[in-house]
Design a protein around this ligand. Structure first.
Ligand code: NAI
Length: 295
């Protein structure tokens, strides 16, 4: 069984926003990192983003140039899942789609090294159910990082029904080594943060839909009245409206309470392909600087 002392190589599946961020902090903490995705141009782009983010840290004098180069030197990229056979801990941060994740686990199973721990960064899928589709559910758990990974200080750790205590403790120690505070959450839809936070964003969209106030007024009210650093509609745009909707659908579907129903206006924006910052338009239009509300 892998323990903190034996974890030297961390494999990461998915070189998107989260996978890149996890690679960033793992390499800076001294781990060798193997970053895997389905196409070479995707892993190249992921690594380029990591390098750009580290350069920003150098400019802000958070790290030195040598530290950055050493960390980047510890990250290798691949499109071959078999390359992850060397890793003692594998964090799956692929697209939030259950069949996609299950297919990855199936392909990965014969390639896992003896004692390797497999973890998912899923925001909303049951850890117990995912783990049950792996050959060793006792060595599977949820490691839920927050975005942007290098900036956020907390990680939710989720045990599935079968997760072994020593696996949990090993990963808890790795998370501390990454400079993050681990917080234990039950394997329940949305875990802690999304269970509380995403319905608040959904509620902001209901308030907009019902004409309680306009986009800017809702955001200003929550910034000035509750001291949130960003308003809920701007934040929903930043997270991605498709992601916000997907989490609400999971909360609604799995908890079965109508208080979690996704707001129709949120659904319409997603149907229109207005997903927020990543598509240039959501509750704000990002073609303008500063962005202007979309009416
Ligand atoms: P993303 O869309 O930026 O990246 C996902 C990556 O997975 C893409 O590069 C895609 O090519 C890759 N991928 C898809 N199928 C694959 C396969 N079969 N093998 C290898 N790679 C594959 O998504 P993001 O935001 O990085 O999310 C990844 C995971 O992290 C999801 O489970 C999401 O729920 C979770 N998460 C996301 C957060 C966020 O704020 N975006 C926060 C916390 C967790």
């Amino acid at each position: 069984m892998a323990d903190i002392g034996t974890i030297g190589i961390i494999g990461i599946i998915g070189a998107g926003q989260m996978g890149g961020g996890i690679a960033h902090v793992a390499a800076q903490a001294g781990y060798e990192v193997i970053l895997q995705d389905i196409a070479q141009d995707i892993v190249d782009k992921g690594l380029k983003t990591v390098a750009r983010n580290m350069e920003r840290e150098v400019k802000r004098e958070k790290i030195g140039t040598e530290q950055m180069q050493a960390a980047l030197g510890r990250i290798s990229t691949t499109t071959d899942l078999a390359a992850l056979g060397k890793a003692q801990l594998i964090v799956e941060a692929a697209t939030e789609n259950e069949p996609v994740k299950l297919q990855i686990y199936e392909q990965l199973a014969p390639r896992l090294s003896e004692g390797a721990i497999l973890a998912s960064n899923t925001s909303s899928i049951s850890i117990t159910r995912l783990g049950a589709h792996t050959p060793r559910p006792e060595r599977f758990l949820g490691i839920h990082f927050f975005n942007p990974v290098p900036m956020m200080e907390m990680v939710e750790l989720i045990r599935g029904v079968a997760t072994a205590d020593e696996v949990y403790r090993t990963v808890e120690a790795v998370v501390r080594k990454l400079g993050k505070t681990p917080v234990a959450a039950k394997d329940s839809p949305g875990f802690i943060v999304n269970r509380i936070f995403i319905p608040m964003l959904n509620e902001a969209v209901f308030a907009l839909q019902e004409g309680v106030a306009g986009v800017e007024a809702i955001d200003a009210a929550m910034k000035l009245g509750v001291r949130h650093p960003m308003g809920p509609l701007a934040l929903a745009d930043y997270i991605g409206l498709d992601t916000v909707l997907a989490v609400m659908q999971v909360l609604h579907g799995e908890l079965g309470d109508s208080k979690y129903r996704p707001c129709p206006l949120l659904i319409k924006r997603v149907e229109a392909g207005w997903l927020g910052v990543k598509t240039g338009r959501g509750f704000y239009d990002y073609a303008h600087d500063p962005p202007v509300p979309v009416v």
